[in-house]
Design a protein around this ligand. Structure first.
Ligand SMILES: [Zn+2]
Length: 484
C-alpha cells in the first residue's frame, strides 16, 4: 500500500468532513446572528448608537458565517466586535491544530503517540478524531520491523559553509577537501537519502542494554517499525569542537542555543559581526526535519562526537584553557548546549580526548586518554555510552570483541556499549552479548571523488545506494582529491 497517498486521501476526506461539520455547527449561531442583527437594527431605528449599527453591519458580513476561513477579511475592528465574538471558530481551529499535531507526530512514525494525543484530547469521540485514529491504526498494521543487520550509518565532519574560504589554497585546503562536506553537498545528500526512503534512527533505537532472565545485562535488539519502502539509518558528526585552526576558513565558530530553544551555530561574517543561524549540520538537520518530519523516526537526530583537547562545541573547555577569564563561563555554556542537543533528540559520543588511534597507542596512553575524556568532557555533557573511534581505528579486527581485550574491558568499565569504526560497506553491524558495533561511511570529498573517478557502473563505487556522487560533488573543490 502506498501509505503517503493513503494518508493524503484520508486527511483530505477528514478536512472536508471538518468543513461540513463546521457549517452544521455554525448554523445555529448564524440564526442567532440574524436575530441579533434584527434586534440591533431595531435599536438603530430607535435612535441607538452608531456603534450598534457598525456592530450590526460587521456582524452581517462576518466571513465565518459564510464559511470563509479567513477572519482577517472582516473589516470590523476587534474592539467593535469583541462583545460578540464567536467561540466556534476557535474550537474548530483548536481541533484542526490538534489533528495537525497528531499528523506531525504520525509523520515521524510515532503512531501510538499520535493516537494517544487524540484519545486524551477534548475532541476524543468526535468524527474527525475517530477517523484519524482509524487511519493511524490502519497504517500501523502495515509496518515492517527494520532488520538491524542492514542499518547503514553515515558520518560527516563540520560542514563547509563558505567554499571560497575553505578551498582557498592555504595549508588546510587539502584536509578540508578530503574529509569535509560542504553545506550544499550535505543538503543534496539529505534530499537524495530522503527520496530513497532513508529515515534517521538513534543508535539506542537499534539495541539497548537490558537485564535478561539471568539477571545479567545484555545488548538486546529493539524493534524499529517503519512503513514499507522506508530504511533506517544512523547519522553522526565527528569533531564537533570548532578547532582554532578552522578560524577564517568558512566554518561556524561555535554552537549556541537559538532564540527558539533549538541548537544553532554562530559564524563570523566578513564585516566581523557574529551571526546566529544554520551554519552547520545540527541546525541544518533541525530545519530539514522540520520540513520533512518523515526523515526522523520518533524525533531521532544524529550522534554528535567530541574530542577534548580543544574543548567542545567551540568553547575552550579543556584544562589547558583554565587560565582563560571565561573558562568557567565557557564550561557552563558548553554544558547547556550539550543538554539542549540531548533535549532535541541528539545522541552524544566520545571521539577520544586527543583524537588518538585507540587501537594502537600504548595501553597506558590509551587509559590516560579515556580518563581525560571522562574528566574533561563527560563531566560537561553527561553520561554517554557511545564511542566513535578517531580515524575509524577500532580496538580489534572484525572478530567479535572478547573480554580478553583489555581495551574493550576498560571502555566497558567506563560505560561504553556502542562502538563505531569506519567501513565503506553499505552496512556492517555486529551485535555482541554486551555491546554493539557499527561501521560508518564517510560522505566526504575524498569518498565522493573516488566514486566519480571510478565511473558510472563501476563496482568500486560506494555511494550509489545513498546518492550519485556526480550530482552532489561541489564544482568549487580542487581535483583530483588525493589522500595525504
Ligand atoms: Zn575525527
Amino acid at each position: 500500500m502506498n501509505n503517503k497517498n493513503y494518508r493524503g486521501n484520508a486527511r483530505k476526506k477528514r478536512l472536508t468532513k471538518i468543513k461540513r461539520n463546521r457549517l452544521l455547527r455554525q448554523l445555529p449561531f448564524y440564526i442567532i446572528g440574524m436575530l441579533i442583527i434584527g434586534l440591533l437594527g431595531g435599536l438603530t431605528y430607535l435612535g441607538g448608537t452608531k456603534l450598534a449599527a457598525q456592530i450590526a453591519s460587521g456582524r452581517g458580513e462576518n466571513p465565518e458565517a459564510e464559511g470563509n476561513d479567513n477572519p482577517s477579511s472582516d473589516e470590523t475592528s476587534p474592539e467593535e466586535t469583541a462583545s460578540l465574538t464567536y467561540t466556534v471558530p476557535d474550537t474548530v481551529s483548536a481541533a484542526d491544530a490538534l489533528l495537525s499535531e497528531a499528523d506531525r507526530i504520525a509523520a515521524g512514525y510515532d503512531y501510538d503517540g499520535a493516537i494517544q494525543l487524540l484519545q486524551n484530547s477534548e475532541f476524543a469521540g468526535s468524527d474527525q478524531v475517530t477517523d484519524a485514529i482509524a487511519e493511524y491504526e490502519a497504517i500501523k498494521a502495515t509496518l515492517q520491523p527494520a532488520d538491524y543487520h542492514t542499518i547503514t550509518h553515515v558520518f560527516f565532519h563540520s560542514l563547509v559553509m563558505d567554499e571560497a574560504k575553505a578551498f582557498d589554497g592555504d595549508d588546510d585546503e587539502a584536509g578540508y577537501n578530503q574529509v569535509m562536506t560542504t553545506k550544499d553537498e550535505f543538503l543534496k545528500i539529505l534530499d537524495s537519502m530522503h527520496e530513497k526512503g532513508f529515515v534517521l534512527v538513534r543508535l539506542h533505537d537499534i539495541a539497548l542494554m537490558t537485564q535478561g532472565d539471568d539477571g545479567q545485562m545484555h545488548m538486546t535488539p529493539q524493534q524499529i517499525l517503519l512503513p514499507e519502502g522506508k530504511k533506517a539509518c544512523v547519522m553522526s558528526q565527528d569533531d564537533v569542537c570548532y578547532y582554532p585552526y578552522m578560524t577564517g576558513d568558512g566554518f561556524a565558530s561555535r554552537m549556541v542555543i537559538g532564540s527558539d530553544g533549538k541548537p544553532a551555530c554562530e559564524m563570523t561574517m566578513d564585516d566581523g559581526s557574529v551571526s546566529v543561524g544554520a551554519y552547520d549540520l545540527v541546525p541544518l538537520l533541525e530545519e530539514y526535519i522540520q520540513a520533512h518530519p518523515d526523515f526522523s523516526y520518533k524525533g531521532a537526530r544524529a550522534v554528535i562526537a567530541f574530542t577534548g583537547y580543544e574543548g567542545i562545541l567551540g568553547y575552550r573547555t579543556s584544562s589547558s584553557y583554565s587560565d582563560s577569564p571565561t573558562y568557567e563561563q565557557d564550561r557552563q555554556a558548553a554544558a547547556a548546549v550539550a543538554q539542549c542537543l540531548r533535549d532535541n533528540g541528539w545522541e552524544l559520543a566520545s571521539h577520544s580526548w586527543g583524537h588518538r588511534d585507540m587501537g594502537t597507542i600504548d595501553y597506558d596512553k590509551f587509559k590516560a586518554d579515556c580518563d581525560k575524556w571522562e574528566n574533561e568532557v563527560e563531566t560537561l555533557i553527561g553520561d554517554t555510552d557511545i564511542i566513535l573511534f578517531p580515524f575509524g581505528a577500532d580496538i580489534s579486527d572484525w572478530h567479535p570483541y572478547t573480554h580478553e581485550n583489555e581495551r574493550f574491558n576498560y571502555l566497558k568499565s567506563l560505560g561504553f556499549d556502542y562502538y563505531c569504526n569506519v567501513d565503506s560497506s553499505p552496512y556492517w553491524v555486529q551485535l555482541g552479548g554486551d555491546y554493539i558495533r557499527q561501521g560508518r561511511r564517510n560522505l566526504d570529498g575524498y569518498r565522493m571523488w573516488k566514486d566519480i573517478e571510478a565511473g558510472e557502473g563501476s563496482p568500486d563505487r560506494k555511494l550509489d545506494d545513498l546518492f550519485r556522487a556526480e550530482d552532489v560533488f561541489s564544482s568549487n573543490r580542487p581535483t583530483p582529491v588525493e589522500w595525504s
